[in-house]
Design a protein around this ligand. Structure first.
Ligand code: NCD
Length: 317
């Protein structure tokens, strides 16, 4: 990617947390993404001879496949596993040893793990860039890149937006990362919509309280606030992080966005969702032009192409 003078370079860095890259570095990545979207064929050989390892210790559809598709569309190759049971972890190997070994084979590694902080441990033991593709209920910074590029393309930027985040704000790692990343932009208002048990964790709310540049409010009722939102980020109740099934069953259908509720929303409010969706968005909403979650999934592949190029330090004109 041709870079303007002074533009930051991400070569060799890891992406573990949403604030690992500066605002300027993120801007560079988004500009690269838009160039890739405009002419993807130009990049079809950019990663020839390079290998990406995808180490997934937890289920995934979009994140793993979009990383793999991104690398293949760049002309690179992919190795990896989609569940811990098919790796030597099943024999008792430590994550440190797994990543040391993977560093011998690949140029870049993407890791998803149920334990919070596992990608950081991997990065400490790796000699290649490591990307966090979701660690427990903690963070998911590449989903945030996907969310931000979609907001940027659909709404023109982030400043001054009122963003509703609805559903499981406690265990939903995409929400934690998105709030952190958006908190760096002026005039953003967050409307956190959840039942008490699924409120955003203390550390996320404390950061918001201490940040003078953003405002936030909390409510239980989507209907009361939907008319004020510029973007609504719906989330799935994270069944796998619940301690008991009864609580999950009680809370799982607490919010269902349907055509009726969409009537109260602004004509230009966009609906985002990291996917997978369970019941929280009725299928009838899919045909509403404001529903951009499948576009968002597609953008995720392009922004991951830009990320791979940046971390490998591959410059293309
Ligand atoms: C999210 C995740 O894994 O945290 N999925 C994704 O990567 N797009 C959201 C979810 O699982 O609910």
């Amino acid at each position: 990617m041709r870079r303007e003078k002074g533009e930051a370079v991400l070569k060799g860095k890891c992406l573990l947390e949403p604030l690992d890259f500066s605002v300027e570095e993120m801007d560079g990545l988004f500009a690269d993404t838009e160039r890739i979207i405009a002419s993807p064929e130009k990049y079809s050989e950019a990663c020839k001879g390079k290998i990406l390892a995808t180490l997934f210790f937890e289920p995934s559809t979009r994140t793993r496949l979009s990383f793999e598709a991104a690398m293949l569309r760049l002309g690179g190759q992919v190795i990896g596993f989609a569940e811990a049971a098919s790796s030597s972890v099943a024999k008792g190997e430590s994550l440190a040893d797994t990543i040391r070994t993977v560093s011998c084979y690949a140029d870049l590694a993407v890791i998803r793990h149920p334990k919070e902080g596992a990608p950081k441990v991997a990065a400490m033991n790796a000699s290649i860039p490591v990307i966090n593709a979701g660690d427990g209920g903690h963070q998911h910074p590449t989903q945030t890149l996907t969310d931000l590029i979609t907001l940027k393309m659909e709404r023109g930027g982030f400043e001054g937006l009122t963003i509703g985040l609805c559903g499981d704000l406690r265990f939903g790692r995409t929400v934690h990362s998105l709030i952190k990343a958006l908190s760096r932009y002026e005039g953003v208002t967050f409307v956190l919509i959840s039942p008490e048990e699924l409120m955003a964790p203390e550390y996320v709310r404390r950061d918001l309280e201490m940040n003078g540049a953003v405002r936030f409010e909390e409510t239980r009722r989507l209907q009361d606030v939907i008319h004020r939102l510029d973007a609504l980020y719906m989330t799935r109740v994270q069944r796998e992080r619940f301690f008991n099934e009864e609580d999950y069953i009680r809370l799982k259908d607490i919010y269902i966005l349907d055509a009726e509720k969409m009537k109260a929303a602004k004509p230009d409010m966009i609906v985002l969702h990291p996917l997978p969706r369970v019941n929280e968005i009725a299928a009838e909403v899919d045909d509403d032009p404001r529903a951009v979650y499948f576009k968002q999934a597609r953008n995720g592949m392009f922004v991951r192409m830009a990320l791979i190029l940046a971390l490998l330090g591959i410059e293309t004109a």
